[in-house]
Design a protein around this ligand. Structure first.
Ligand code: GLA
Length: 415
């Protein structure tokens, strides 16, 4: 397990005066390629990383949830039978997942469901601010301590990691079988309808289904997945620009709408079903912005499939070129990069150990990634950090990350 439970177990004991029953570890993710394609039913190639959210928890007999954040040194609590949306920060992710697993949240209206259910329409209205009473008799309350090292708002999916951790914990406490795919759909719904961010399915699946040493090819229409090993002797480096931009108030939802419009104008339900020839034929009749947005999505889907292909053959150089093209398309056609992300990608590419670099996640700030020759990780990180500092005056965080296992739980007694 990708977890350091001992200090967490001790901190739980200190805080709640009893031993925890379960520990949960839920990783963040980077996306190698396939950006802004998930909500167009396309292809993505993320990997879970070795930074995660951890919980240590023990069940409670009544339906109260109490969580203490060790990093923020603050506690929050709520009652499962009276869920209210208060925009109160990190605790809302627990409430949102509880709501989606509750009688009101599940499509069939029949209680917690880790093994079925359908995704919501992405633009479905959010639930009313006060959801109670929403009896969820089969969900157990709990006490938990929470910690993590996925930076927040950096595009490494700290939110999805936390949602999947909460879902995993509810499953463990209820002694229910765990399947990360329906759980990811539940967590996506929590993010869409409780937190109010209209994300696609990539992050939750990447966090839930990661495998050490591998990236994950996801077909976001069928949810078919394949683990693809990273090319030998390469490393993925996180290049944190030290800039942040919240997803909720970003242009993310606007991009989604633009894709929808472009798909309608092209006569294909999702953009995944369009090709470049079709786009060229209809280019004159399309709004110029819609046309560029569509060109990104169509070309990015093709690049992602090609990336899987070259990865299977262990061709790091070809993968790097595709990553560079992806960045250019996100910058020029999709317009979700930022001066800092562009500067970071350029600084990384200037080093001879770099095969390719691009922004990762939604964009507008946060992190880029680079694929490099693993043997040169030290000089690469030092040179890229120095170059970026010179270029922007900002102090970046640059570190090698390893493809890791997805969300997991262990009983404390078993350890
Ligand atoms: C965010 C969303 C994902 C995906 C990416 C862009 O991370 O949560 O669903 O759309 O942006 O690829």
């Amino acid at each position: 397990m990708n977890i350091r439970p001992e200090p967490l177990v001790a901190r739980f004991f200190e805080h709640f005066g009893r031993p925890p029953e379960h520990v949960v570890c839920s990783p963040g993710r980077v996306n190698l390629i396939g950006e802004h394609t998930d909500y167009n039913n396309g292809f993505v190639l993320p990997m879970a990383i070795d930074r995660a959210v951890w919980l240590a928890a023990a069940g409670r007999d009544e339906g109260r949830v109490r969580v203490h954040s060790l990093d923020r040194r603050e506690s929050a609590e709520f009652v499962l039978t009276d869920l209210r949306r208060e925009n109160a920060g990190w605790i809302e992710y627990f409430k949102g997942v509880a709501w989606c697993l509750s009688a009101e949240g599940t499509p069939a209206g029949n209680g917690p469901d880790f093994c079925g259910g359908t995704p919501d329409e992405p633009n479905a209205p959010a639930p009313a601010a006060r959801m109670g009473p929403s009896p969820s008799p089969a969900l157990r309350g709990f006490d938990a301590v929470l910690t993590g090292d996925v930076p927040i708002g950096a595009g490494l999916s700290s939110s999805a990691a936390l949602e999947m951790a909460a879902a995993r914990l509810f499953a463990a406490l209820g002694d229910r079988p765990w399947d990360p795919v329906p759980a990811a759909l539940v967590c996506q719904k929590a993010e869409n309808r409780w937190v109010g961010v209209n994300c696609g399915i990539m992050d939750q699946l990447a966090c839930g289904c990661g495998r050490a040493g591998h990236a994950l090819r996801i077909d976001c229409r069928s949810l078919e997945m394949e683990h693809v090993p990273l090319p030998a002797d390469t490393a993925v480096v996180v290049l944190d620009t030290a800039t942040r931009r919240g997803l909720a108030d970003s242009a993310y939802n606007e991009r989604r709408r633009q894709c929808h419009t472009a798909a309608e104008q092209l006569g294909v339900p999702p953009l995944r079903d369009a090709d470049l020839a079709q786009l060229e034929r209809l280019a004159d009749t399309l709004d110029a912005t819609a046309c560029r947005r569509a060109r990104h999505v169509i070309s990015e889907n093709a690049r992602t499939l090609e990336a899987v292909d070259v990865m299977r053959r262990g061709n790091a150089a070809a993968l790097g070129v595709l990553m560079n093209h992806s960045h250019a398309s996100l910058r020029d056609d999709y317009e979700v990069s930022s001066p800092e992300l562009d500067a970071m990608a350029a600084c990384a590419r200037a080093h001879p150990a770099c095969f390719g670099a691009r922004m990762t996640g939604a964009g507008f700030g946060g992190c880029a990634i680079a694929l490099i020759d693993a043997a040169a990780a030290k000089p690469f990180t030092a040179a890229t950090a120095a170059a970026y500092r010179r270029e922007t005056g900002l102090d970046p965080a640059i570190y090698v990350t390893r493809p890791s296992a997805g969300t997991e739980a262990a009983r404390v007694a078993d350890r």
